[in-house]
Design a protein around this ligand. Structure first.
Ligand SMILES: O=C(O)C(=O)C[C@H](O)[C@H](O)CO
Length: 315
């Protein structure tokens, strides 16, 4: 039985073969993209049992997504295939040094997820439920599904880990901050971007934000991630600054999920806060070195080598 459960949408992501506005791009290569399955892949690569729950279209893209995730060792037994709705897709655009994303996911199979998709028995032996602020924004039924997952986690003593993953393109005119703040309150582990934490909690400095986080809700561990500037981690008693790991970035998308996966791996392994943070920082940095979300994620051997300061021999 999987120790970590996560749920959310994964799309086929088409990455352009050249850096230009999309109208000038003539070829793309497919990958997959989804914050929660990224986290699942990150944990599986580090040797942890992890289950990813979703709906995929009963179409070629749906089977491609499942094959990709399953091939990394993630348990996909709870994925449902939907005859009525397609697998979502997205495109990346690299232009003027920035990566933009375009979603084609409205009425996708995953956005039709229902609370009934969750089998309660899966929660009986789990240790962590990881959710994000992407899924509850996809549709009303997705919001209810995430709420049900939270309810089942609480009933079975499963710790809840939450990353708000604010996606303004999905918010439209609505302000989802109050809803995401409610999920923060329910969580024991909070993994946020520094900019997201400012939106949800106000405050400017990590100290101010952690004070607000620990004054409100069930949080026991919190992390503020700030890309190339490093991150801060706190257990409510101490605040640690985590140095960024030196890397040669190509594409930052997926780095936050890699950080989360390796941080949670440390939590599952009973590591101290400093070690969990260091694991997260290394994995996050490595994730930026490839253009796909998860291809750069470290496996156990690679992460161990880096943590022990041992050089890799290439030739
Ligand atoms: O934006 C989303 O909804 C995704 O899940 C796509 C990407 O894989 C994700 O943003 C990376 O965290």
């Amino acid at each position: 039985m999987a120790k970590v459960i996560t749920l959310g949408e994964t799309m086929v992501c088409f990455s352009p073969d050249s850096a230009a506005p999309l109208r000038y791009v003539s070829s793309f290569h497919p990958r997959i993209a989804g914050a929660e399955s990224n986290l699942a892949v990150g944990l599986a690569k580090l040797g942890h049992e992890v289950l990813w729950i979703s709906r995929l279209g009963e179409d070629e893209f749906g089977h491609y997504v499942q094959n990709m995730i399953r091939s990394e060792g993630v348990d996909t037994r709870a994925v449902r295939f939907d005859e009525a709705n397609p697998t979502g897709i997205m495109f990346k655009e690299t232009s003027r040094g920035e990566t933009a994303v375009y979603y084609y996911r409205k009425h996708s199979a995953a956005s039709a997820m229902e609370p009934e998709d969750l089998d309660e028995s899966l929660f009986e032996e789990a240790e962590i439920l990881h959710i994000t602020g992407i899924t509850p924004v996809l549709s009303e039924s997705c919001r209810r599904t995430v709420e049900r997952a939270v309810e089942l986690a609480k009933r079975h003593g499963v710790r809840i880990s939450f990353d708000p993953n604010i996606r303004r393109k999905l918010w439209g005119d609505r302000d989802y901050a109050p809803m995401l703040r409610d999920f923060c309150r329910e969580s024991q582990i909070l993994l946020m971007g520094l900019d997201e934490a400012k939106v949800l909690y106000g405050g400017e400095s990590p100290e101010e934000i952690f004070a607000a986080v620990y004054g409100d809700g069930a949080v026991q561990l919190a992390v503020l991630k700030d890309g190339g500037n490093g991150a801060w981690a706190s257990d409510g008693k101490q605040i640690l600054y985590l140095e960024p790991w030196p890397c040669r970035p190509v594409d930052p998308i997926g780095a936050g999920d890699a950080f989360n996966a390796a941080f949670l791996a440390g939590v599952l392994e009973g590591c101290d806060l400093q070690t969990c943070g260091r694991m997260g920082a290394v994995a996050g940095a490595m994730a930026t070195e490839t253009d796909g979300d998860t291809e750069g994620y470290p496996d156990r051997r690679k992460l161990q080598r880096i943590l022990e300061n041992r050089e890799q021999i290439y030739r």
